[in-house]
Ligand binder design. Structure first.
Ligand SMILES: NC(=O)c1ccc[n+]([C@@H]2O[C@H](COP(=O)([O-])OP(=O)(O)OC[C@H]3O[C@@H](n4cnc5c(N)ncnc54)[C@H](OP(=O)(O)O)[C@@H]3O)[C@@H](O)[C@H]2O)c1
Length: 311
């Protein structure tokens, strides 16, 4: 019977523990849960989140896999004590949540909803009629599990979507680019830019002053990826001059975003508290269970992290 340890916080243990064990049973694997004080040498799988207590995995000598509850693994990927395969979370609930968040905020910008809501003052303004989505170029940086789903949803809404990834990709309806030249091409077009890249050394401050300046005048930015993707000072400068019209930020270098941070009070920034997409027990538990089933059966694991690429 494989032993399963949860290196997560108390709340996560209560929410995810029972559904994961149940999903394992449904997948035909009877897993024995063990607490964080269990002898590490006897543990076969660790379900983990960045808030979890275990930092040093060097004594987890029989670990078959480390299974992250989070999609973003930047706080785990560099852990040299973790020798076992690391899998990140790719879960339908997470993907749906992110798609809805991105579509909602993109439509807010596209339809000019802020101006519409502010115009409820007795003055009839036909100029508020928005363009059609097919007249609006949108860029999506990152075409992975989340970025590709968001790009596809935006394309279904009619937007002209171009996307950017590290390696060449083909996605129906999306103009896919890669490499430095491709990045410039996407940025130059994107009236609305969505950033869904992971935090890695290669993506840190990707959107610096030079690259932000490539965006069309008055572009809008939606960042549910990671705070480190954007140079904060360059972003504030672009917003202050109006080169960038507005930014919706869900993720930050320091979370929770400190109460006094300029982002909170900036008239051209909407802050959301890392709520774009949550891992949900009902949809995530079967993903964890499926990977345990696969490992027990000697099959290839799903959603393996490429430790060299950092995601
Ligand atoms: N705000 C929230 O609530 C929330 C929730 C979940 C996740 N997230 C964030 O969303 C991120 C993306 O998640 P995901 O599941 O879509 O990840 P993923 O499947 O690993 O996709 C990552 C995408 O980024 C691209 N990429 C990575 N490094 C790059 C580079 N240096 N240059 C160009 N493209 C690069 C990848 O290119 P390839 O296609 O070539 O590999 C891939 O298309 C996570 O890492 C996390 O930070 C946020």
């Amino acid at each position: 019977m494989p032993r399963l340890m949860f290196s997560v916080d108390e709340d996560e243990a209560a929410r995810f523990g029972p559904p994961i064990l149940q999903a394992c049973r449904a997948a035909g694997v009877e897993a024995e849960p063990c607490g964080p004080d269990h002898p590490p040498e006897q543990v076969d799988y660790v379900v983990l989140s960045p808030a979890g207590p275990v930092r040093d995995f060097s004594r987890f000598t029989r670990l078959s896999a480390a299974l992250s509850l989070w999609a973003g693994v930047e706080r785990l990927v560099g852990n040299r004590t973790l020798a076992a395969p690391l899998c990140r979370m790719v879960d339908p609930g997470l993907t749906e949540g992110m798609t809805e968040y991105v579509a909602g905020h993109a439509l807010r910008y596209h339809l000019g909803l802020d101006a519409v809501l502010a115009a409820q003052d007795g003055d009839w303004r036909p100029e508020l009629v928005p363009p059609l989505a097919r007249e609006r170029p949108v860029g999506v940086l990152g075409l992975g599990a989340l970025g590709a789903a968001c790009a596809a949803a935006l394309s279904r809404l009619g937007f002209r979507v171009c996307g950017w990834s590290r390696r060449p990709r083909k996605i129906d309806g999306i103009d896919c680019r890669h490499g430095e030249v491709g990045l410039g091409e996407v940025l130059r077009r994107a009236e609305i830019l969505v950033t869904l890249l992971p935090e890695t050394p290669a993506t840190e401050n990707l959107l610096d002053a030079t690259r932000l300046a490539l965006l069309p005048p008055g572009a809008r930015l939606i960042n549910p990826g990671r705070g480190t993707l954007i140079d904060d000072e360059a972003l504030l400068a672009a917003l202050d001059t109006g080169a960038l019209a507005h930014a919706t930020l869900d993720v930050f270098r320091n979370e929770p975003l400190p109460p006094g941070h300029r982002f909170w009070s900036h008239p051209r920034i909407t802050v959301t508290p890392h709520i774009a997409a949550a891992t949900r027990p009902a949809t995530a538990a079967p993903v964890i269970a499926e990977n345990i089933r696969r490992a027990e059966a000697g099959l290839e694991l799903l959603h393996l992290v490429d430790r060299d690429a950092g995601y």
